[in-house]
Design a protein. Structure first.
Length: 187
């Protein structure tokens, strides 16, 4: 069979890994995958292969120029965000310890966000009752919002998105064991 110059490439480099659907490979410390890849049964955080189960990682990415539109207006940012966002859904292996950490980050972050919203609303309602309680309630609400966001970003996300295009997703934060399992170069 002759080489077809118009055929889509089927291999991007790196070793083929059993247990993947689509390609996954490493470019230095960057994990590169197809947008719907199933990664090997290696924990993305610690590199172990014992007790690893796959979790669904839904990720979105927006170019930096689009993020800067928030300086113009939140409405402009929302419009641009929904127009230019790229998404992927990758099955990532996590050991029991890191699955638990992820779940605690999701639950704790959500609870802190909700508590922060209630504290902000409570501070607004306290204005009529006792003005001395307004500042602590609103300040506490903002602190809880920040804590919730940090928990959601740091504890609940096993890999950090660097870039997503139509045919690939790039992640940072993968353990060297995972990078090696997908054919990692540059470790």
């Amino acid at each position: 069979m002759a080489n077809n110059p118009f055929e889509a490439p089927t291999h991007h480099g790196g070793a083929a890994t059993p247990g993947t659907s689509g390609d996954a490979w490493a470019e230095g410390d960057i994990l590169v995958t197809d947008p719907h890849a199933v990664l090997p049964c290696v924990c993305a955080r610690c590199g172990t292969s014992e007790g690893v189960e796959h979790v669904k990682l839904k990720a979105q990415w927006v170019p930096m120029w689009a993020r800067m539109t928030i300086l113009l207006s939140p409405l402009v940012y929302l419009i641009v965000f929904f127009i230019v966002k790229k998404g992927c859904e990758v099955q990532v292996g996590l050991c029991e310890s890191h699955r638990t950490q992820r779940k605690l980050g999701q639950i704790g972050g959500a609870v802190a966000l909700i508590a922060g919203l209630f504290a902000l609303l409570g501070g607004a309602f306290l204005a009529e009752m006792n003005e001395a309680l307004i500042l602590p309630a609103i300040g506490g609400g903002f602190v809880l919002l920040i804590v919730g966001l940090v928990m959601l970003v740091v504890m609940a996300v096993p890999l950090r998105v660097q870039k997503i295009t139509a045919d690939r997703a790039e992640f940072k934060g993968a353990h060297a064991g995972l990078l090696q399992a997908v054919g990692g170069g540059g470790l």
